[in-house]
Design a protein around this ligand. Sequence first.
Ligand code: ZN
Length: 171
Amino acid sequence: MSYSEQDYIDALTQAAEIIGHAPTSDEYVSVRGQLDVSPSYSCIYNNVGGWNKAKELAGLETWGAHERISDVPQNVDIGQQEWEDLDSNRRAHIKRKHYLSKEKVERGCKKCGYADNPAAMEFHHPDQDRELSVSQNGWSLENLKNEVDKCVVLCGNCHNIEHREKDYLTF
Ligand SMILES: [Zn+2]
């Protein structure tokens, strides 16, 4: 099934109406079954060129506007109190890590499709030969998100091949 740009807009708009604000990827996935037109998250993501872009296209607020650092990230196994007891830098760090892991698994390796363990996947800048330093602190979630949208996900094997193939195949 192929979708038009209008389908993506309709799906996002309807998801936003159900949820009450611009949907995060998790929220979109959770309400997708209720939509009249229901392209998958990765379908929208890949065809529009990023989740932020898709939300912009639909005229929705982009990521970050509704997410507060005080909210426990979805799927992170920690109680609200325990979460609040962490200092804010630690919480921000966990949020970034969590976001990056989720993004890796949802997208999977662009070359071979591997999408299992986030530890085996990396962000690769296809244009500039620059890697996103995942361990780097100090990124705001929003900046990180914008940067990640410019990257493709590659598994460790494909990433090595991408960078080092030349060293082995040329003489
Ligand atoms: Zn791969």
